[in-house]
Design a protein around this ligand. Structure first.
Ligand code: AMP
Length: 421
């Protein structure tokens, strides 16, 4: 036997229940976003590395440590670690914001070279939405409302909490950054290793540190609220008022800075206590400077991204089943002579209903064919022998409940199957 090719670390084959849950979450997000008038955009999986280092920031973990990068010598490209930078690039390339205020959503694989564990993979799935051309915060609140709607539909509203903060505008943020560096520099040697590096590159992220020692040091560090100018403060006040008006519960967490460099004003994160260390289910916020940073015209923008895998895990933990795509009906002809008739019956069912109809193939004795029907997961088998074909009937045998086999005229088959559920 030849050697098998093992799965690459951090990658997964997805099928059956696990995939059903992921697809279900994606579907509910997609339908909900479209019901709010967001349009789908499909973005490439590979982009120039520079897009991410400029758009997300060299100093973030996602870019500095976790990207899958190729052709490093000539024209470096990377597998996307997130969707926002690509979405902004696409909007700039097609000038989509000139004629209007696009509201877009996307869904797909993202790649980060992290240490794999439950809820953390090297290929994972995100659903995200971005709105361009609005100063907010009305649209920021709409985005949060969309996600809240999805939690409600998925039965997860009690499992997930929302935290918000503001990072202020660029000027406030710069002052905060300076204040933080001035405060922390005397303690540099006491900070954890990552935070020491961040003190020069990305000091705001130190506020996010998981190290207990660093946490204690930053307890009295200056907060963004100490530096907000009038515009930033107004924005944040209105953001909170609108959230309250829409009945969305949110807690202000002044340490919330988001891992990515491009955020301004309102930022938000959804967390859960149910997934151990993988607390964060999703996040987002306003990134008014990013379009310009990536070579486009200035354009305010805001968005969110949700980790679909983690939402699917939450559903699994709560025992919520997603619809699985096993066949509903298994059609088997008892001999080659009835095959044509059986194919016609199957086709008619597929056209007249949404039922998933699987044909038996591969021949075999009647018993073997029935076993195959059972293994397929279908709830009913349509058995077609010479008698059925001659009388334009099928024999209907329920596979999961104890009921007598019955003969049904083909003309009544659709109604019989639909009424049976
Ligand atoms: P971010 O783009 O870092 O804000 O991530 C948005 C969401 O994607 C997070 O809240 C997680 O739910 C999810 N996520 C990020 N990294 C991973 C990963 N390696 N595996 C699974 N989900 C992830």
């Amino acid at each position: 036997m030849s050697e098998r090719s093992p799965l690459v670390r951090g990658m997964r084959d997805l099928y059956a229940d696990e995939l059903a849950r992921i697809r279900f979450v994606e579907e509910v997000f997609g339908n909900t976003l479209e019901s709010y008038g967001y349009e789908i955009i499909r973005l490439p999986v590979i982009e120039r590395t520079a897009l991410f280092s400029r758009g997300i920031g060299e100093a973030t973990d996602a870019v500095s440590k976790e990207m899958f990068t190729f052709d490093e010598e000539s024209d470096p490209v990377s597998l996307r670690p997130e969707g926002t930078a690509s979405c902004v690039r696409a909007v700039i390339d097609a000038n989509l914001y000139r004629g209007g205020q696009p509201k877009l959503w996307y869904s797909g694989s993202m790649f980060r070279h992290e240490r794999p564990q439950r809820g953390r993979y090297r290929e994972f799935f995100q659903v995200g939405a971005e709105a361009f051309g609005f100063d907010g915060p009305d649209v920021d609140v709409e985005l949060i409302r969309v996600v809240q709607d999805v939690w409600d539909q998925l039965g997860l509203a009690n499992e997930i909490t929302l935290e918000i903060n503001t990072l202020g505008n660029a000027a406030s943020r710069q002052k905060h950054r300076e204040g933080l560096v001035a405060y922390l520099t005397p303690y540099k040697d006491e900070l954890d290793e990552d935070s020491q590096r961040r003190l020069d590159l990305n000091p705001l992220r130190i506020l996010d540190s998981k190290s207990g020692q660093t946490q204690r040091l930053i307890e009295h560090a200056p907060e963004i609220s100490d530096y907000l100018d009038d515009e930033s403060r107004r924005h944040f006040d209105e953001f909170q008022e609108r959230l309250a008006c829409q009945g969305v519960d949110a807690t202000v967490n002044s340490r919330l800075v988001r891992g990515l460099d491009y955020y301004t004003h309102g930022v938000f994160e959804w967390n859960t206590e149910r997934l151990g260390a993988q607390k964060q289910v999703g996040g987002g916020g306003r990134y008014d400077g990013l379009c310009e940073l990536l070579g486009g015209a200035p354009c305010p923008a805001t968005g969110f991204a949700i980790g679909v895998d983690r939402v699917a895990l939450l559903q699994q933990d709560r025992g919520i089943e997603a619809p699985i795509s096993t066949p509903d009906v298994y059609v088997l002809a008892l001999s080659d002579d009835e095959e044509g008739f059986a194919l016609d019956v199957a086709m008619q069912l597929r056209r007249q209903t949404k039922l998933r109809v699987r044909m038996h193939q591969g021949g075999g004795k009647v018993k073997a064919r029935m076993r195959a029907a059972d293994r397929s997961g279908a709830s009913v088998a349509l058995i077609i022998g010479a008698h059925e074909a001659a009388s334009n009937q099928v024999s209907l045998k329920w596979l999961r409940t104890v009921q007598d086999q019955v003969a049904v005229p083909v003309t009544e088959l659709t109604a019989t199957l639909l009424n049976s559920n």
